[in-house]
Design a protein around this ligand. Structure first.
Ligand code: GAP
Length: 511
């Protein structure tokens, strides 16, 4: 655990040192859980967004995008259920005065038991070596079985209490499990209360309930209220999807763990409209598509797992998360939800406008069902950053810090460098930069020794460095140095764009 916390600390300091993420308003000592993306962070974030947009919108004939306003008519949030039901159960520890989400305390308790099971399995592996049959061990080992029963019991009680908003029941479960505050170490808890997560503000100069509007807590509602606009003007036929990338705001009770949980964050969401009764088929389809998208980036497959929701949101009939192995452990990265016809029906009821689709194949009108995929840009950013940052031991007893980003997402694809100043090398390097910069975001670096310059590019994740030397002036070739293998190869300048296109473009991953 300590190792993991240290990892998070080194990611935060690396992100700051190299211009990926800064604490917001830092000159005023920052604002809790608010961050700004720096010069390299903005590039990485944009690349994540375009990778998602390309694969979701531009490569799917039946999915289109939109960009709706953050402010929406207040009835939107009444209809969606967010005014009445977008609550987190919170609990305070009277000694530390710290506030927690009750459901998170319970999930952490379950995670601790899961870790015990993993330890038991690891012990078995150690004892039996290559003969170890993990599946059999998990089915028969008494310690594992006891802990599995414990988890099932807790999860049953969580489902029953959280699902029914039984706050006393949630409190009792926390007490029965002997959960202590991680700060004070005591069980001196307040009762569990509900807390609405929406930020509100006033529209115009008139105060009062009628002018209260909300900062959107999800981008999805901008899609629902435009369902008919897009369906009609785009002549979309079911099944079809509408996608959007945009900011969302939640007054999180506990906003912490760097950019993992913030009060202002960005979402990439897609609502897929389907025939009623076909939603489970599409739910499984999108689970499969989304995990493939993640795995296409080449990050270790063990870093992902599915987790079915214990407590379904007020709009869902099935829901799961794709969890990622963050420095703090496995946590939600993306949600896939079968939202039924809840949202469209609710908007129909409150707006009085018919939000139905006439299905020419069936010859009837209906309210479509919706399967949603929803991923946080910032969490994706943290997943990429944390899985890429490495300290490597080199053969000559030195170390190097390398950010092994997937090349398609790296802020700079190429750094162009003259071996030294003078002899016409800088001019030649700038010529090459001009040749490359229309296709790729490139850095130019002529300061310090080549070794130092390579290290600088390693630390910011640039996959390739192009070194211009005296031979370049004679035969128009350069060396390309690979970030991950540190190997160098000689390539003709005329071939550079093709080589980098093959190795760095999103096209290669998407294919
Ligand atoms: N429209 C459905 C929806 O908003 P959600 O599970 O509440 O579902 C979707 O959020 C995704 O948004 C999450 O999987 C996570 O990646 C991201 N997200 C949610 N709250 C966040 C926060 N406070 N900070 C950063 N990202 C957040």
């Amino acid at each position: 655990m300590q190792q993991k916390e240290d990892n998070l600390k080194s990611i935060i300091s690396h992100a700051k040192e190299y211009g990926f993420v800064f604490p917001s308003s830092e000159i005023y000592d920052g604002l809790a859980a608010t961050y700004d993306y720096g010069q390299l962070g903005a590039e990485l974030k944009n690349n994540i967004k375009s990778y998602w947009w390309k694969s979701m919108v531009q490569m799917n004939e039946n999915i289109v995008g939109l960009d709706s306003a953050i402010f929406m008519h207040p009835s939107t949030w009444k209809a969606s259920g967010h005014v009445d039901a977008f609550n987190d159960p919170l609990i305070d520890n009277k000694d530390s005065k710290k506030r927690y989400r009750a459901d998170v305390l319970l999930e952490d308790a379950v995670e601790k038991i899961r870790k015990k099971i993993d330890k038991e399995v690891a012990k078995g592996f150690k004892r039996f070596g290559d003969d170890f049959n993990e599946e059999e061990f998990r089915k028969t080992n008494p310690n594992v079985l006891r802990n599995v029963t414990k988890i099932n019991d807790i999860e049953d009680r969580m489902r029953a209490t959280l699902g029914a908003n039984d706050l006393e029941g949630v409190y009792d479960l926390i007490i029965d499990l002997g959960i202590v505050c991680p700060i004070s170490g005591t069980k001196n808890w307040t009762e569990v209360r509900q807390f609405n997560l929406m930020f509100s503000t006033e529209l115009g100069s008139v105060a009062g309930d009628a002018s209260t509007i909300y900062l959107r807590p999800e981008t999805a509602q901008g899609i629902f209220v435009n369902f008919l606009n897009v369906q009609k003007t785009g002549r979309m036929k079911i099944p079809f999807g509408i996608a959007q990338i945009g900011k969302a705001f939640r007054n999180e009770i506990v906003a912490r763990q760097f950019i993992f949980r913030m009060r202002e964050f960005e979402q990439m969401e897609m609502q897929f409209f389907v025939r009623p009764g076909e939603e489970m088929k599409w739910y499984d389809y999108w689970k499969d598509q989304r995990i493939k998208w993640h795995k296409s980036l080449g990050i270790s497959e063990d870093s992902y797992r599915f987790h079915d929701h214990i407590k379904l949101a007020h709009y869902a009939n099935a829901a799961c998360d794709i969890e990622f192995d963050f420095p703090m452990g496995f946590k939600e990265l993306e949600g896939i939800h079968s939202r039924t016809d809840f949202d469209l029906k609710q908007h129909e009821a409150l707006s009085g406008k018919k939000l139905q689709y006439f299905d020419p194949e069936l010859g009837e009108s209906y309210t479509p069902y919706v399967v949603e995929t929803s991923i946080g840009v910032d969490r994706m950013f943290l997943a990429i950053l944390s899985s890429s940052l490495k300290e490597e031991q080199l053969e000559n007893d030195t170390t190097r810090v390398v950010l092994a980003l997937p090349p398609a997402l790296a802020p700079y694809k190429v750094a162009v460098m003259p071996l030294k100043k003078g002899d016409g090398l800088q001019e030649k390097a700038r010529e090459i930069l001009t040749q490359l910069k229309y296709d790729f975001n490139c850095a130019y670096d002529e300061k310090d020794s080549p070794g130092k310059r390579y290290r600088r590019q390693d630390a910011i994740g640039t996959p390739y460095c192009v070194m211009v030397d005296h031979q370049t002036l004679e035969d128009n070739t350069v060396t390309i140095r690979d970030r991950d293998t540190m190997e160098q190869e000689r390539v003709a300048i005329a071939d550079l764009n093709g080589v980098f296109e093959e190795r760095c473009s999103m096209k290669t991953l998407l294919k």
